[in-house]
Design a protein around this ligand. Structure first.
Ligand SMILES: [Zn+2]
Length: 412
């Protein structure tokens, strides 16, 4: 089997898809179920049909393009990623895994390889949370991590429900039928840009993901007592911002003292009411994002945050209320997939770095229903989610080659 990736075609397809955008080039904006997203889907469907793949779309718009295997009953080997892009994003996030996956299948076809297991390109709906406020909508439903009832309660910024929006976009069928049975995939591999600087910094062209970290998101409201900045003397104060400041530092210290570099915690939003120079803050709203590769460690930071809330609340006479927005479990990549990826790297004499995915991806959810793994390629300066996001054609082709080899191993 002589595997060759058509780098020129792959690069021109990445450019072609980038031109289907609601932002001016080089920026890409492609929000799920907008006319632009539907044009991108139609474009990809045509490319998949050209490759002789059989198309299927589920009720949330996840798209499956299948290359039949010689064993009609064997579970499929899947690869893919997402095509939606946040406002003013780049050309490569998700797209490299979709078009690289398609080119990997074509490279295998050209090589004369015939799989025993079907090889399937899977394009996930709404990996980005832009429209419905929740990331990985398609893969959450595929894996049963989000129930159809909970999905139906989601609304976009215009107050339209998922069912209304997907109906207008021409997606038919019941959300109940989206979930895939365990065993549907023998394995799932996602090619993706790193979205961090490590590969580039270390001069290593490929990263094999061993663990995918997962975030817990909290919204914390602190309620104190407002008043005149001159009139209310210090012993009488219940300043919500001072309490919030203590809490922010408690979150930081809980993450720092976890004993592992993989534990990270961030307070990214701090809204102060009423927000006037001569007024004591009466209310503060914080957003807290806690991530780890280990669920127990991540949850212990959440418990430490809750304990700190209680003691600060008692000490300062303020109310502190916490809403848990989401708390997904981290995932370990499957040994069989990691092995197949590293053997493919060695076969093509490519160096690789075992690494942790600190952003989460659809593979986090696929790992709940299939042995899953991820392959990273470098992106310039680690930039992502911005118009100057860049991965070189050489790096994309290298990742695609190793992906193709891995799909061959897993589907033989
Ligand atoms: Zn992505």
């Amino acid at each position: 089997m002589k595997l060759e990736v058509d780098r020129t075609r792959l690069s021109s397809e990445i450019e072609a898809l980038a031109s289907i955008s609601d932002a001016e080039s080089p920026a890409v904006t492609r929000i799920v179920f907008t006319p632009t997203d539907l044009r991108a889907r139609a474009w990809l469907t045509a490319r998949s049909e050209e490759a002789g793949l059989a198309l299927r779309q589920d009720a949330i718009g996840n798209t499956f393009a299948r290359w039949a295997g010689s064993d009609g009953k064997a579970p499929a080997v899947g690869t893919g990623s997402h095509m939606d892009a946040i406002p003013n994003a780049g050309k490569y996030d998700g797209v490299v895994g979709v078009l690289g996956g398609l080119e990997a299948i074509r490279a295998l076809q050209r090589s004369g390889f015939r799989p025993k297991h079907p090889v399937e390109l899977l394009v996930f709906t709404a990996e980005e949370p832009t429209r419905f406020g929740i990331g990985c909508l398609g893969s959450r439903l595929l894996s049963g991590s989000l129930s159809p009832e909970a999905a139906r309660r989601l609304k976009d910024g215009d107050g339209e429900s998922i069912d209304e929006v997907r109906g207008k976009a021409g997606m038919r069928g019941e959300l109940e039928d989206v979930r895939l049975p365990i065993g549907y995939y023998k394995a799932f591999v996602e090619l993706h840009i790193e979205q961090g600087p490590l590969l580039e910094r270390q001069g290593v062209p490929l990263g094999i993901v061993t663990n995918i970290a997962a975030p817990a998101s909290l919204r914390i409201s602190v309620g104190g007592a407002g008043g005149h900045a001159g009139g209310v003397l210090m012993p009488d104060r219940r300043d919500a911002l001072c309490a919030a400041a203590e809490l922010i530092l408690a979150v930081e210290s809980a993450a720092r003292s976890s004993g592992a570099v993989d534990t990270v915690a961030t307070v990214g939003i701090c809204e102060v009411f009423p927000g006037a120079v001569n007024s004591i803050p009466s209310r503060v709203r914080l957003s807290v994002d806690i991530r780890d590769t280990d669920l127990e460690r991540r949850d212990s930071v959440m418990r430490a945050t809750e304990n700190a809330s209680q003691s600060i609340s008692a000490k300062r006479g303020v109310t502190i209320h916490t809403d848990l927005l989401n708390a997904d479990a981290p995932a370990n990549c499957a040994f069989a997939v990691v092995e197949a990826l590293s053997r493919s790297c060695k076969k093509h004499e490519q160096k690789f770095l075992p690494m942790v995915s600190r952003a989460y991806h659809d593979s986090l959810f696929m790992a709940r229903i299939a042995p899953a793994g991820m392959l990273f390629i470098p992106c310039r300066n680690g930039y992502s989610h911005r118009p100057d996001e860049y991965a070189s054609p050489e790096d994309i082709a290298r990742g695609t080659l190793v992906l193709a080899e891995t799909l061959a191993t897993l589907s033989a």
